[in-house]
Design a protein around this ligand. Sequence first.
Ligand SMILES: C[S@@+](CC[C@H](N)C(=O)[O-])C[C@H]1O[C@@H](n2cnc3c(N)ncnc32)[C@H](O)[C@@H]1O
Length: 244
Amino acid sequence: MDWHKRYLQQAGWTRDLRAYLFAKAGIQTARRILEVGCGTGAILSTVDSSAALHGVDIDPHALAQCRVNAARAILTRGDGLALPYPNESFDLVFCHYFLLWVNDPLQAVREMKRVTRADGHVLALAEPDYFSRVDAPDELKPLGAWQAESLKRQGADPGFGARLAETFFEAGIKLEETGPVQPVGNEANAEEVELEWAVIESDLAGMVEEEEIQKMKLSDAAARGRGERVLRVPTYFAWGRVTH
Ligand SMILES: C[S@@+](CC[C@H](N)C(=O)[O-])C[C@H]1O[C@@H](n2cnc3c(N)ncnc32)[C@H](O)[C@@H]1O
């Protein structure tokens, strides 16, 4: 599975939202910006700003790829639950498909707040709620439950997106705006479908019988052919201001 390709796909879904929120959060005047859980750099490589651009991630392999994809960024290996920066180091701190992966998302948001200067901005751009995933027709509904179970087994909280806004509130960040991500660029063309199935097959390997997975894949293709396929994972964003 080429995870960078998947992250680029997800980056496509939030492209318009990022442009809107980064502008609101003062990206043009920011001097220091941080992405927490920057992964392979799918987002960092697109940030259009003259600010000093920092990325932190716990995974050295992802950081090695990020070094290539976002060559301008200053990268540090570190834990989002104990960020390796002094208080109030950044004007803008953001994350993207990150908080669901940490075992204490409130602590991660508190850390994002701590390293943001007073009157600076914290953005969680995309956190999914797989428990509310919508699949149609009905015969494809097991896919949602399987994927949520697989994410749990991988250490993620599949339903975190539904608690994103309250987590900002609990962390003491003044919420400016929150809501669902309206995806763009995820039209189900052949490449999108192939990538979606690569993720499903990778996630479900060893958990669901191969024959069951292939049955679903055929049903999915048939439903798409009839124009009846619906697949939606409600995903949420939150933008807050830090008052310290
Ligand atoms: C789904 S990827 C998203 C990467 C990137 N934000 C993007 O959207 O392309 C989640 C990233 O969070 C990182 N991560 C998970 N737990 C972490 C932690 N405790 N501290 C820092 N990074 C962490 C993983 O290594 C991975 O690179």
